[in-house]
Design a protein around this ligand. Structure first.
Ligand code: AMP
Ligand code: FE
Ligand code: FE
Ligand code: ZN
Length: 292
């Protein structure tokens, strides 16, 4: 039985699995999405496309179309998350860059743990890395270890006091320039979209990103309030950027898949841009664009 939540959208273009810092495996994530009536999903794990194959297999069985996606940590005066949609997961340059990012993420966790040790909170960095398993490790894994060691009461407190931007154990995920992240995504045949720009206070940089070749903006994100969405829509119109959205689902505590996203009609507005980038004719189907 498929159930659509009263406020649900059929398209959700932002979700995480255990291949990065999500709580659900790609299989469990797509099962949950299917149960909520989702039709089109993008799995956008941090710096990896490793969950796509498993997710798309489950999606085929349950009637959810999977768009290959990724959320790349980049840098432009501050941290910037660049979403890539319809990227070819087997693209050589993208895969090589993501392999490097995986190693850099592990080193970063060692650096964060060294800082925390200096603050009187020793943790086992190698244990944190190995518990992330096949997934890309990140600050949420460190936060979990801090809660477990009773250094903080909650995940939120770990970020607010130690791991968040400008806090004493903050270490940037990546200094990859945004222009390079966009180029990697384009090289892999995808569209580059700036993730949750208002949550990261990046609004004023959007014109510069548009100059770099950015394709779209994640307007619909749970952290964006109505006024911010209206302002972003105006920016998109001015710079001819596509409009995207999703829940940024990480696990059962957050907004469930489909509570934020797009209608199928709004999703289809994105496709002509992708067909143009690929030099495909306007009749190219989702399959031909790499969804499955
Ligand atoms: P990382 O990729 O390691 O920098 O971690 C970024 C992730 O940490 C985000 O995708 C969220 O899952 C989580 N995160 C970032 N900021 C916060 C915050 N202030 N409170 C809780 N979780 C956060
Ligand atoms: Fe995350
Ligand atoms: Fe993000
Ligand atoms: Zn995300």
């Amino acid at each position: 039985m498929s159930v659509t939540a009263p406020t649900g959208y059929p398209v959700d273009l932002h979700a995480h699995s255990t291949r990065s810092d999500g709580a659900l495996s790609p299989t469990a994530l797509i099962e949950k999405a299917a149960g909520r009536g989702l039709k089109i999903m993008a799995l956008t794990d941090h710096d990896t496309t490793a969950g796509f194959e498993e997710a798309s297999e489950v999606g085929r069985r349950l009637g959810v179309t999977l768009i290959p996606g990724v959320e790349i940590s980049a840098w432009h005066e501050r941290e910037v998350h660049v979403l890539g949609y319809f990227v070819d997961p087997s693209d050589e340059a993208l895969s090589a860059a993501l392999r490097q990012r995986k190693i850099a993420r592990e080193d970063r966790v060692r650096t964060i743990c060294a800082r925390l040790k200096g603050l009187g909170m020793p943790l086992d960095a190698e244990g944190i890395i190995s518990r992330a398993g096949r997934g890309n490790v990140g600050r949420p894994h460190v936060a979990r270890a801090m809660v477990f060691a009773q250094y903080v009461r909650s995940h939120d407190e770990a970020f607010k006091r130690y791991l968040g931007l400008n806090k004493p154990a903050y270490v940037a995920a990546s200094h990859l320039p945004v222009a390079n992240a966009i180029a990697l995504i384009h090289g892999a045949g995808g569209l580059a979209v700036i993730a949750h720009p208002c949550a990261d206070r990046l609004e004023k940089h959007i014109p510069a990103f548009a100059e770099m070749g950015l394709d779209g903006v994640e307007v619909y994100h749970p952290a964006h309030h109505h006024g911010q969405r209206v302002a972003l829509l105006k920016l998109c119109e001015l710079h001819q950027l596509a409009v995207t959205g999703g829940t940024d689902f990480h696990g059962p505590e957050g907004d469930p898949p489909g509570t934020c996203g797009l209608t199928v009609e709004d999703f289809e507005q994105i496709l002509p841009r992708l067909r143009r980038r690929r030099g495909l004719d306007l009749g190219a189907t989702l399959d031909q664009l790499g969804a499955s």
